[in-house]
Design a protein around this ligand. Structure first.
Ligand SMILES: C[S@@+](CC[C@H](N)C(=O)[O-])C[C@H]1O[C@@H](n2cnc3c(N)ncnc32)[C@H](O)[C@@H]1O
Length: 195
């Protein structure tokens, strides 16, 4: 549910991002969060699914995690999210606690290319939002963790030629059903027919 705590943390993070825009802040400290429209789509994909198991790759400060975890909370699901930047992990923990979502979101520290293979299988929804050069390898790893019919949502199709190529490859693969949703920075939504 999107209660007042969740709404207030999301609004605070959106204001912070707007304030940071144009400032010379290192990438290691920037939120790089999706916009509110992408957050709403992630929420819509997770909320109706009872016990939805969500995997997020690229947690940053927790903006997208909050949308996913608030949706998973409705019907008893949960989010596992992967992040390697220590400073971001501290901010993530504070934001998730402020939103009251600790029970529904767990962060696994380290490089997703290593931590992902150690996770239990059985995810329904994956949100892929790490460094773009790693999308192919991360998709391959995440695919093995999905239940049949699970989906992978990848961000930045319209802002990165690497992700544009990723999207084209997904759409050409007959074992997948994939479409680019032109909101925010472009989301590739891929249903995996054969994990
Ligand atoms: C675009 S930001 C994520 C933004 C976040 N999903 C949101 O919308 O609020 C990408 C994040 O992925 C993390 N990241 C990139 N490659 C990673 C990897 N191989 N393992 C773990 N984290 C990674 C970066 O440190 C960064 O915080």
């Amino acid at each position: 549910m999107l209660d007042d705590r969740v709404r207030s943390v999301l609004a605070r993070m959106e204001a912070q991002d707007a304030d940071d825009h144009g400032k010379d802040i290192p990438v290691s400290e920037r939120s790089l969060a999706v916009g509110p429209d992408s957050g709403r789509l992630l929420f819509a994909l997770v909320a109706p699914n009872a016990g939805c198991e969500v995997l997020e790759i690229g947690s940053s400060h927790g903006y997208s995690t909050i949308w996913l975890a608030a949706a998973a909370r409705i019907l008893g699901g949960r989010v596992v999210t992967l992040e390697q930047e220590p400073g971001k992990i501290d901010v993530w923990r504070r934001n998730i606690a402020d939103a009251g979502l600790e029970e529904w979101a767990e962060l696994v520290e380290g490089d997703a290319k290593e931590t992902l293979s150690e996770l239990e299988d059985g995810f329904d929804v994956v949100f892929l939002d790490a460094w773009k050069d790693d999308y192919e390898v991360l998709f391959g790893l995440a695919r093995t963790k999905l239940d049949p019919g699970g989906i992978v949502v990848a961000d930045n199709v319209t802002t990165s030629s690497t992700v544009e190529a990723y999207a084209a490859a997904r759409q050409a693969d007959p074992t997948l059903v994939s479409v680019t949703v032109p909101i925010g920075h472009g989301l590739e939504v891929t249903t995996v027919l054969q994990p």
